[in-house]
Design a protein around this ligand. Structure first.
Ligand code: NAD
Ligand code: ZN
Length: 342
Protein backbone atom coordinates (compact mmCIF):
# COMPACT_ATOMS: atom_id res chain seq x y z
CA UNK A 1 0.00 0.00 0.00
CA UNK A 2 1.00 3.66 -0.40
CA UNK A 3 2.14 5.54 2.74
CA UNK A 4 3.93 8.75 3.69
CA UNK A 5 7.04 7.61 5.51
CA UNK A 6 9.76 9.46 7.42
CA UNK A 7 12.31 7.43 5.51
CA UNK A 8 15.45 9.46 6.10
CA UNK A 9 16.82 11.37 9.09
CA UNK A 10 16.60 14.70 7.27
CA UNK A 11 14.00 17.29 6.17
CA UNK A 12 11.16 15.81 4.12
CA UNK A 13 8.59 13.04 3.88
CA UNK A 14 8.42 10.34 1.22
CA UNK A 15 5.54 8.50 -0.52
CA UNK A 16 6.42 4.80 -0.57
CA UNK A 17 5.04 1.30 -0.97
CA UNK A 18 4.96 -0.42 2.42
CA UNK A 19 3.27 -3.62 3.69
CA UNK A 20 -0.29 -3.29 5.03
CA UNK A 21 -0.24 -3.01 8.84
CA UNK A 22 -0.68 -6.13 10.94
CA UNK A 23 -3.49 -5.97 13.49
CA UNK A 24 -3.92 -7.85 16.78
CA UNK A 25 -6.99 -9.53 18.26
CA UNK A 26 -8.07 -6.29 20.01
CA UNK A 27 -7.42 -4.07 16.97
CA UNK A 28 -9.23 -2.99 13.84
CA UNK A 29 -7.81 -2.38 10.38
CA UNK A 30 -9.13 0.80 8.80
CA UNK A 31 -9.21 1.85 5.13
CA UNK A 32 -8.22 5.51 5.35
CA UNK A 33 -10.43 8.03 3.51
CA UNK A 34 -9.17 11.45 4.60
CA UNK A 35 -6.39 12.73 6.84
CA UNK A 36 -5.48 16.08 8.40
CA UNK A 37 -1.94 17.45 8.47
CA UNK A 38 -1.04 18.41 12.05
CA UNK A 39 1.63 20.80 13.34
CA UNK A 40 3.27 17.65 14.74
CA UNK A 41 3.57 16.23 11.20
CA UNK A 42 5.25 19.47 10.15
CA UNK A 43 7.71 19.14 13.06
CA UNK A 44 8.50 15.61 11.84
CA UNK A 45 8.80 16.84 8.24
CA UNK A 46 11.22 19.58 9.39
CA UNK A 47 13.13 16.98 11.45
CA UNK A 48 13.49 19.36 14.40
CA UNK A 49 15.19 18.51 17.71
CA UNK A 50 11.97 17.02 19.19
CA UNK A 51 11.39 14.70 16.17
CA UNK A 52 15.01 13.58 16.12
CA UNK A 53 14.74 12.26 19.65
CA UNK A 54 11.16 10.94 19.28
CA UNK A 55 10.56 9.47 15.81
CA UNK A 56 12.36 6.42 14.39
CA UNK A 57 13.17 6.77 10.66
CA UNK A 58 10.99 4.31 8.74
CA UNK A 59 7.82 5.35 10.61
CA UNK A 60 4.63 6.06 8.64
CA UNK A 61 3.41 9.37 10.05
CA UNK A 62 -0.05 10.96 10.53
CA UNK A 63 -2.67 10.61 13.24
CA UNK A 64 -5.66 12.70 12.16
CA UNK A 65 -7.94 10.56 10.03
CA UNK A 66 -11.34 9.18 9.13
CA UNK A 67 -11.90 5.87 7.40
CA UNK A 68 -13.99 2.72 7.15
CA UNK A 69 -13.31 -0.46 9.09
CA UNK A 70 -11.81 -3.06 6.74
CA UNK A 71 -11.28 -5.90 9.24
CA UNK A 72 -11.76 -6.52 12.98
CA UNK A 73 -9.64 -8.57 15.41
CA UNK A 74 -11.20 -11.74 16.84
CA UNK A 75 -11.65 -10.14 20.27
CA UNK A 76 -13.44 -7.02 18.97
CA UNK A 77 -17.19 -6.74 19.52
CA UNK A 78 -19.59 -3.96 18.62
CA UNK A 79 -17.81 -2.80 15.48
CA UNK A 80 -18.32 -4.02 11.97
CA UNK A 81 -16.67 -3.89 8.59
CA UNK A 82 -17.76 -0.81 6.63
CA UNK A 83 -18.40 1.34 9.72
CA UNK A 84 -17.24 4.97 9.40
CA UNK A 85 -14.75 5.73 12.19
CA UNK A 86 -12.16 8.13 13.44
CA UNK A 87 -9.84 7.27 16.30
CA UNK A 88 -8.08 8.77 19.29
CA UNK A 89 -4.40 8.90 18.33
CA UNK A 90 -3.06 8.37 21.84
CA UNK A 91 -2.58 4.67 22.56
CA UNK A 92 -2.83 4.09 26.30
CA UNK A 93 -1.50 1.37 28.59
CA UNK A 94 -4.73 0.56 30.45
CA UNK A 95 -2.99 -0.29 33.72
CA UNK A 96 -1.46 2.91 35.16
CA UNK A 97 -3.27 4.78 37.93
CA UNK A 98 -4.90 7.36 35.61
CA UNK A 99 -6.04 4.71 33.11
CA UNK A 100 -7.59 2.67 35.89
CA UNK A 101 -9.32 5.77 37.27
CA UNK A 102 -10.88 6.46 33.84
CA UNK A 103 -8.65 9.51 33.23
CA UNK A 104 -7.29 7.89 30.13
CA UNK A 105 -6.09 11.14 28.53
CA UNK A 106 -3.60 11.36 31.40
CA UNK A 107 -2.09 7.86 30.92
CA UNK A 108 1.53 7.79 32.05
CA UNK A 109 2.58 5.55 29.16
CA UNK A 110 0.92 7.13 26.11
CA UNK A 111 2.21 6.22 22.63
CA UNK A 112 1.33 8.35 19.60
CA UNK A 113 -0.05 6.95 16.34
CA UNK A 114 2.19 8.25 13.55
CA UNK A 115 4.86 9.26 16.07
CA UNK A 116 5.89 6.22 18.14
CA UNK A 117 4.19 3.67 15.84
CA UNK A 118 3.03 3.58 12.23
CA UNK A 119 0.34 6.12 11.46
CA UNK A 120 -2.56 7.08 9.24
CA UNK A 121 -0.95 8.76 6.22
CA UNK A 122 -1.46 5.50 4.39
CA UNK A 123 -4.12 3.48 2.64
CA UNK A 124 -4.63 1.44 5.84
CA UNK A 125 -3.98 2.00 9.54
CA UNK A 126 -4.46 -0.35 12.51
CA UNK A 127 -5.52 0.87 15.98
CA UNK A 128 -6.97 -0.72 19.14
CA UNK A 129 -10.78 -0.90 19.00
CA UNK A 130 -10.76 0.97 22.34
CA UNK A 131 -9.59 4.07 20.47
CA UNK A 132 -12.41 4.12 17.89
CA UNK A 133 -14.95 6.87 17.52
CA UNK A 134 -18.09 5.87 15.62
CA UNK A 135 -18.93 8.59 13.08
CA UNK A 136 -22.42 9.74 12.21
CA UNK A 137 -23.03 9.76 8.44
CA UNK A 138 -24.62 13.22 8.95
CA UNK A 139 -21.37 15.04 9.80
CA UNK A 140 -19.07 15.61 6.77
CA UNK A 141 -16.24 13.06 6.55
CA UNK A 142 -13.61 15.79 6.31
CA UNK A 143 -14.66 17.15 9.71
CA UNK A 144 -14.04 13.74 11.26
CA UNK A 145 -10.61 13.73 9.60
CA UNK A 146 -9.67 16.62 11.91
CA UNK A 147 -11.50 15.46 15.06
CA UNK A 148 -8.16 15.15 16.83
CA UNK A 149 -7.21 18.88 16.71
CA UNK A 150 -10.86 19.92 17.02
CA UNK A 151 -10.75 17.84 20.20
CA UNK A 152 -7.69 19.79 21.41
CA UNK A 153 -9.61 23.01 20.77
CA UNK A 154 -12.74 21.74 22.53
CA UNK A 155 -10.84 20.31 25.51
CA UNK A 156 -9.22 23.74 25.97
CA UNK A 157 -12.29 25.88 25.24
CA UNK A 158 -14.47 23.85 27.61
CA UNK A 159 -11.91 23.73 30.45
CA UNK A 160 -13.67 26.60 32.25
CA UNK A 161 -17.22 27.97 32.36
CA UNK A 162 -17.53 30.56 29.57
CA UNK A 163 -21.11 31.75 30.04
CA UNK A 164 -21.05 35.55 30.00
CA UNK A 165 -17.26 35.66 30.09
CA UNK A 166 -14.78 37.63 27.99
CA UNK A 167 -12.30 35.25 26.36
CA UNK A 168 -8.85 35.90 24.94
CA UNK A 169 -7.38 33.37 22.48
CA UNK A 170 -3.67 33.90 21.82
CA UNK A 171 -2.66 32.27 18.51
CA UNK A 172 -4.90 31.90 15.44
CA UNK A 173 -3.35 28.65 14.22
CA UNK A 174 -5.70 25.84 13.17
CA UNK A 175 -6.47 25.05 16.82
CA UNK A 176 -6.89 28.67 17.92
CA UNK A 177 -9.37 29.43 15.12
CA UNK A 178 -11.30 26.21 15.83
CA UNK A 179 -11.70 27.32 19.45
CA UNK A 180 -13.49 30.53 18.36
CA UNK A 181 -16.92 29.08 17.45
CA UNK A 182 -16.64 26.73 20.45
CA UNK A 183 -16.16 29.63 22.86
CA UNK A 184 -19.08 31.44 21.23
CA UNK A 185 -21.24 28.31 21.45
CA UNK A 186 -20.26 27.83 25.11
CA UNK A 187 -21.68 31.28 25.94
CA UNK A 188 -18.77 33.74 25.88
CA UNK A 189 -19.64 37.44 25.52
CA UNK A 190 -16.51 38.58 23.66
CA UNK A 191 -13.97 36.33 21.96
CA UNK A 192 -10.83 38.28 21.09
CA UNK A 193 -8.06 36.59 19.09
CA UNK A 194 -4.43 37.68 18.75
CA UNK A 195 -1.75 36.61 16.29
CA UNK A 196 0.99 38.19 14.19
CA UNK A 197 -0.34 36.68 10.94
CA UNK A 198 -3.13 38.63 9.18
CA UNK A 199 -4.22 35.69 7.01
CA UNK A 200 -4.91 33.60 10.11
CA UNK A 201 -6.59 36.49 11.92
CA UNK A 202 -8.90 36.73 8.88
CA UNK A 203 -9.88 33.10 9.46
CA UNK A 204 -10.54 33.81 13.14
CA UNK A 205 -12.87 36.63 12.13
CA UNK A 206 -14.63 34.34 9.66
CA UNK A 207 -15.16 31.80 12.44
CA UNK A 208 -16.92 34.38 14.61
CA UNK A 209 -14.33 36.29 16.68
CA UNK A 210 -15.66 39.55 18.15
CA UNK A 211 -12.32 41.23 17.39
CA UNK A 212 -8.95 40.15 16.03
CA UNK A 213 -5.71 41.89 16.93
CA UNK A 214 -2.37 41.73 15.14
CA UNK A 215 -0.13 42.30 18.16
CA UNK A 216 2.79 43.17 15.88
CA UNK A 217 1.16 46.49 14.98
CA UNK A 218 -2.04 46.89 17.07
CA UNK A 219 -2.59 47.53 20.77
CA UNK A 220 -4.68 44.84 22.47
CA UNK A 221 -5.53 47.15 25.38
CA UNK A 222 -7.05 49.78 23.10
CA UNK A 223 -9.22 47.09 21.48
CA UNK A 224 -10.35 46.07 24.97
CA UNK A 225 -11.22 49.71 25.74
CA UNK A 226 -13.18 49.99 22.48
CA UNK A 227 -15.22 46.94 23.51
CA UNK A 228 -15.93 48.64 26.86
CA UNK A 229 -14.12 45.96 28.85
CA UNK A 230 -13.46 47.20 32.37
CA UNK A 231 -11.03 44.87 34.05
CA UNK A 232 -9.54 42.34 31.63
CA UNK A 233 -10.25 38.89 30.24
CA UNK A 234 -12.02 36.35 32.43
CA UNK A 235 -10.73 33.32 30.56
CA UNK A 236 -7.60 32.88 28.42
CA UNK A 237 -7.00 30.08 25.92
CA UNK A 238 -3.25 30.02 25.22
CA UNK A 239 -2.84 28.53 21.75
CA UNK A 240 0.26 30.27 20.38
CA UNK A 241 3.01 28.38 22.18
CA UNK A 242 4.79 31.74 21.94
CA UNK A 243 6.29 33.41 25.06
CA UNK A 244 5.26 36.91 23.92
CA UNK A 245 1.69 35.66 23.34
CA UNK A 246 1.53 34.11 26.79
CA UNK A 247 3.00 37.19 28.51
CA UNK A 248 0.46 39.46 26.79
CA UNK A 249 -2.27 37.17 28.07
CA UNK A 250 -1.02 37.38 31.67
CA UNK A 251 -0.89 41.17 31.33
CA UNK A 252 -4.49 41.48 30.14
CA UNK A 253 -6.24 38.95 32.43
CA UNK A 254 -8.73 40.20 35.04
CA UNK A 255 -8.16 39.41 38.69
CA UNK A 256 -9.29 35.86 39.36
CA UNK A 257 -8.97 34.98 35.66
CA UNK A 258 -8.49 31.45 34.42
CA UNK A 259 -6.07 30.28 31.73
CA UNK A 260 -6.27 26.99 29.83
CA UNK A 261 -2.85 26.38 28.39
CA UNK A 262 -2.56 24.19 25.28
CA UNK A 263 0.34 25.93 23.50
CA UNK A 264 3.71 24.29 24.03
CA UNK A 265 6.13 26.96 25.26
CA UNK A 266 9.90 26.73 24.89
CA UNK A 267 11.37 25.13 28.02
CA UNK A 268 13.03 28.29 29.29
CA UNK A 269 10.03 30.65 28.93
CA UNK A 270 10.15 33.24 31.70
CA UNK A 271 7.04 35.00 33.00
CA UNK A 272 6.31 37.51 35.74
CA UNK A 273 5.08 35.10 38.40
CA UNK A 274 3.95 37.97 40.61
CA UNK A 275 1.25 38.76 38.03
CA UNK A 276 -0.07 35.23 38.55
CA UNK A 277 0.05 35.69 42.34
CA UNK A 278 -1.34 39.21 42.68
CA UNK A 279 -4.12 38.62 40.14
CA UNK A 280 -4.96 35.28 41.74
CA UNK A 281 -4.88 33.54 38.35
CA UNK A 282 -5.56 29.85 37.75
CA UNK A 283 -3.45 28.22 35.02
CA UNK A 284 -4.42 24.74 33.85
CA UNK A 285 -2.29 22.69 31.47
CA UNK A 286 -4.29 20.97 28.72
CA UNK A 287 -3.02 17.81 27.06
CA UNK A 288 -4.75 16.02 24.18
CA UNK A 289 -8.44 15.53 24.77
CA UNK A 290 -10.61 13.37 26.99
CA UNK A 291 -11.24 9.91 25.55
CA UNK A 292 -14.76 9.92 24.15
CA UNK A 293 -16.15 12.75 26.25
CA UNK A 294 -14.50 15.64 24.37
CA UNK A 295 -15.59 14.18 21.03
CA UNK A 296 -19.11 13.66 22.39
CA UNK A 297 -19.36 17.36 23.28
CA UNK A 298 -17.77 18.37 19.96
CA UNK A 299 -20.29 16.28 18.02
CA UNK A 300 -23.18 17.78 20.02
CA UNK A 301 -21.95 21.31 19.32
CA UNK A 302 -21.74 20.55 15.57
CA UNK A 303 -25.15 18.87 15.55
CA UNK A 304 -26.71 21.88 17.28
CA UNK A 305 -25.49 24.30 14.63
CA UNK A 306 -21.84 25.17 15.24
CA UNK A 307 -20.18 25.68 11.83
CA UNK A 308 -16.59 24.53 12.03
CA UNK A 309 -16.07 23.96 8.26
CA UNK A 310 -14.11 27.21 7.56
CA UNK A 311 -11.26 25.77 9.67
CA UNK A 312 -10.38 23.64 6.60
CA UNK A 313 -8.79 25.86 3.97
CA UNK A 314 -6.99 23.41 1.66
CA UNK A 315 -7.82 19.98 0.24
CA UNK A 316 -5.47 17.79 -1.84
CA UNK A 317 -5.10 14.24 -3.07
CA UNK A 318 -2.49 12.37 -1.00
CA UNK A 319 -0.40 12.27 -4.18
CA UNK A 320 -0.04 16.07 -3.87
CA UNK A 321 1.07 15.81 -0.25
CA UNK A 322 4.07 18.07 -0.94
CA UNK A 323 1.75 20.99 -1.75
CA UNK A 324 -0.13 20.28 1.47
CA UNK A 325 3.04 20.39 3.57
CA UNK A 326 4.26 23.50 1.72
CA UNK A 327 1.09 25.45 2.43
CA UNK A 328 1.13 24.34 6.09
CA UNK A 329 4.74 25.47 6.37
CA UNK A 330 3.92 28.84 4.77
CA UNK A 331 1.55 29.81 7.61
CA UNK A 332 -1.11 30.76 5.04
CA UNK A 333 -3.53 27.95 5.90
CA UNK A 334 -5.98 26.66 8.42
CA UNK A 335 -6.34 22.87 8.38
CA UNK A 336 -5.08 21.00 5.32
CA UNK A 337 -6.86 17.74 4.42
CA UNK A 338 -5.44 14.96 2.21
CA UNK A 339 -7.81 12.61 0.36
CA UNK A 340 -6.79 8.91 0.28
CA UNK A 341 -10.03 7.58 -1.19
CA UNK A 342 -9.06 7.26 -4.85
P1 NAD B 1 0.38 26.90 15.13
O1 NAD B 1 1.84 26.97 15.38
O2 NAD B 1 -0.13 26.63 13.75
O3 NAD B 1 -0.30 28.27 15.63
C1 NAD B 1 0.28 29.14 16.54
C2 NAD B 1 -0.07 30.56 16.12
O4 NAD B 1 0.45 31.46 17.09
C3 NAD B 1 0.54 30.94 14.76
O5 NAD B 1 -0.50 31.36 13.86
C4 NAD B 1 1.48 32.08 15.13
O6 NAD B 1 1.57 33.07 14.13
C5 NAD B 1 0.83 32.61 16.41
N1 NAD B 1 1.69 33.50 17.20
C6 NAD B 1 3.05 33.64 17.15
N2 NAD B 1 3.43 34.63 18.00
C7 NAD B 1 2.31 35.11 18.59
C8 NAD B 1 2.07 36.12 19.56
N3 NAD B 1 3.06 36.85 20.10
N4 NAD B 1 0.79 36.35 19.95
C9 NAD B 1 -0.23 35.62 19.42
N5 NAD B 1 -0.04 34.66 18.50
C10 NAD B 1 1.20 34.39 18.09
O7 NAD B 1 -0.17 25.82 16.14
P2 NAD B 1 -1.55 24.96 16.25
O8 NAD B 1 -1.41 23.72 15.46
O9 NAD B 1 -2.74 25.84 16.04
O10 NAD B 1 -1.42 24.56 17.80
C11 NAD B 1 -1.45 25.57 18.80
C12 NAD B 1 -0.47 25.28 19.91
O11 NAD B 1 -0.91 24.13 20.65
C13 NAD B 1 0.95 24.94 19.46
O12 NAD B 1 1.87 25.48 20.41
C14 NAD B 1 0.99 23.41 19.50
O13 NAD B 1 2.30 22.91 19.68
C15 NAD B 1 0.13 23.16 20.71
N6 NAD B 1 -0.52 21.84 20.80
C16 NAD B 1 -0.63 21.30 22.04
C17 NAD B 1 -1.32 20.11 22.22
C18 NAD B 1 -1.48 19.57 23.58
O14 NAD B 1 -1.93 18.43 23.73
N7 NAD B 1 -1.15 20.35 24.62
C19 NAD B 1 -1.89 19.46 21.12
C20 NAD B 1 -1.78 20.04 19.85
C21 NAD B 1 -1.10 21.25 19.70
ZN1 ZN C 1 -2.00 4.28 31.32
Amino acid sequence: MKALVKTKAEEGIWLQDVPEPEYGIDDVLIKVLKTGICGTDVHIYNWDAWSQKTVKPGTTIGHEFVGRIAAVGSNVHGHKVGELVSAEGHIICGHCRNCQAGRRHLCANTLGVGVNRNGAFAEYVAVPALNLWHCSEKVPEEIYAIYDPLGNAAHTALAFDLVGEDVLITGAGPIGIAAVPMAVKAGARYVVVTDVNDYRLGLAKKLGATAVVNVANQDLKSVMRDLGMQEGFDVGLEMSGNPAGFRKMLETMANGGKIAMLGIQPGDTGIDWNTVVFKGLTIRGIYGRMFGETWYKLTSMIQSGMDITPVITHRYSYKDFQEGFDVMRSGRSGKVVLDWSE
